[in-house]
Ligand binder design. Sequence first.
Ligand SMILES: Nc1nc2c(c(=O)[nH]1)N[C@H]1C(S)=C(S)[C@@H](COP(=O)(O)O)O[C@H]1N2
Ligand SMILES: [Mo]
Length: 319
Amino acid sequence: MLIRKPSDIRPSEITSETNYLNRRDFMRAGAIAGGGLLAPAALSAVIPEERRARLESVTKSPFSTIETPNSYDDITTYNNFYEFGTGKDDPVVYARDFKPRPWTITVEGHAEKTGTFDFDDFIKPFDLEERIYRLRCVEAWSMVVPWVGISLAAVVKHFRPTSKAKYVAFETLHDPSRMPGQRRRVLDWPYREGLTIAEATNPLSILAVGLYGQVMPNQNGAPIRLVVPWKYGFKSIKSIVSIRFTERRPETSWNMATPREYGFYANVNPKVDHPRWSQARERRIGAGLFANKQPTLMFNGYGEHVAHLYKGLDLRRNY
Ligand SMILES: Nc1nc2c(c(=O)[nH]1)N[C@H]1C(S)=C(S)[C@@H](COP(=O)(O)O)O[C@H]1N2
Ligand SMILES: [Mo]
């Protein structure tokens, strides 16, 4: 069993919503009371900018896996982030001096509330949660990451999509002066991804702003990236600047690059091989060179929460 059933969660781990809101209000009141000493910018910084700064008011999510997380070192030195090079060990080096501030997120398309928001204003209405999720890459390796993020369902609801909105499309920053990998056309930049509205509003989907209780390291997609744990890692787009509610299925980077190999859905599925390799097993990063590969689970082990989204869909054709 990968996800704890509610009965496995000790009451002490659950912060009731009212308690949590009170705690946040209390913290804000404290910040305002001491406001004489704080610049307005410091007051509004929900997510601090400094490398490895701790995130405040993070509750633990019942959706976390019980598996042991990978080390901070594993998670931050073995990355796919082509904007900073195509090698796994490139992003930790070439994203080192990336400045994820100032940062704005544009919300547009079929929604009642749209606009361009400063990163902190964008985050402010939402609760921060720690979600320990498995990340399974299409390249047949996996990790367990203690993300800190906000519910994507809550974000979608906040912007009030209209009945025309069937999909949510995301884009990464496109700025070759800050993302050196974009000076080469390895992908058609900007990196793009998309979800159906049902996928985006599934309780497992999050926008992550940190890991290990600290702000998001640049190489993992600072300041904000998507995490959809039942899909191959490439769906989890990093360093998002644009969210658009669309009527038609959006174009997605890996599908545009190699449609035969990467479909729109990209659900983790051990029964559908990649055209060039098997997806039946996976190597857990950090387990050591001689560790056995472990079997890959349907929907990365999250089937009880997401299988209903794909009822009646042929998952061999809709890979
Ligand atoms: N913008 C952008 N997002 C991206 C990628 C990328 O190259 N660019 N790589 C994807 C892939 S293939 C994976 S496996 C995950 C890796 O996330 P991690 O480095 O936090 O483990 O990020 C995904 N998001
Ligand atoms: Mo990946």
